[in-house]
Design a protein around this ligand. Sequence first.
Ligand code: ZN
Ligand code: ZN
Length: 404
Amino acid sequence: MKVMLIILDGMGDRPCEELNGKTPLEAAYTPNMDYLSEKGINGIMDPIAPGIRAGSDTAHLSILGYDPYEVYTGRGPFEAAGEGLVLRPGDIAFRCNFSTVDENMNVIDRRAGRIKEGTHELAEVLNGMEIDGVKVIFKESVEHRAVLVLRGDGLSPYVSDADPHKLGSVYEVRALKSGAERTAEIVNEFVERSYATLNKHTVNMKRRENGLMPANIVLPRGAGMVPQMDSIEEKHGISTGAIAGVSIVKGVCRLAGMEVLDVKGARGTAESDFGAKIGAALDYLKNGDFVLVNIKAPDLFGHDGDPAGKKEIIEKIDLAMARLKEALDNTIIAVTADHSTPCDIMDHSGDPVPLLIAGKGVRTDDIRKFGERTAAEGGLCRIRGKDILNILLQLAGLSEKFGA
Ligand code: ZN
Ligand code: ZN
């Protein structure tokens, strides 16, 4: 049998006044998830551990069987891997913004006027430079975003951000632990050189002529070291694929050795083509064993504090799940979230998330509707994210016996 794990990003929520005390999932009309809920077993899951407020990156790591406390030092490596950079364990990676500074190195626009064109040309002049024997790999991403990788000996991920996260002077990067001083110096040197080269670049000359903010500096943040991670394929002997719209989730999956599938219409927004993602996941399972599908949209409505919007997007996603009913004969299907993003707090919380697992042979319980409260009554009870892969592979007959 095959396994499909669908993660509705940030779907978990708390009772919302606007929805008469229901959560968005409880208030939503979700006949397809309810069908899976009824045919299968339900429970709740602490993505990392009870009460821990998980990020999307650390939660996905945990759900894929890695200990985030061991492999995670910062967001940078997962963003960089998500942008398609080929990384090596020990590389230090950062997320970056192209920003605008004045001649006194004061940030006057953190997003360089949300620059849309020309960042590839700007990135090219920074990519490949060397600083103190360390190789600089730099690539533009969407709009003002970019990723930076430092490759060399003796580097540390424990350095602060150059990005002040507000207007005002550029922060000097500092060592956060002893031994990180040289890395901090290298990042400061990179920031200085980015200003020296980009400020006079023709792309920015033209932007000034057109009254646009020049993208005249690069500000790194979110340093992390690329971890050594045994792939899921090595650990479990199965082929694995992933479908996600946002680069950070793609990056986690890539570093877990999964094949990240390109799906037309997978955008990581509310306009994403959910049906195309589910269809691509079913296609992948014709040959592959395990596929993870991340749908980002519910998290965005949680951050916006919009319960009605979150409810509606869950209904739209549910529609795209109609065709999963036919897959139950040869597929174990799980639906859950990577963390809760309650509309009330507009950020991730440490509340557990609902989880259902359906498919041939799966034990059942009395739950008939998928929701936070109902799932908590289900037969799976309460598990941790790190258990889910084992549970799913066992149900699909894809796991080895431990012992005689
Ligand atoms: Zn998330
Ligand atoms: Zn979020």
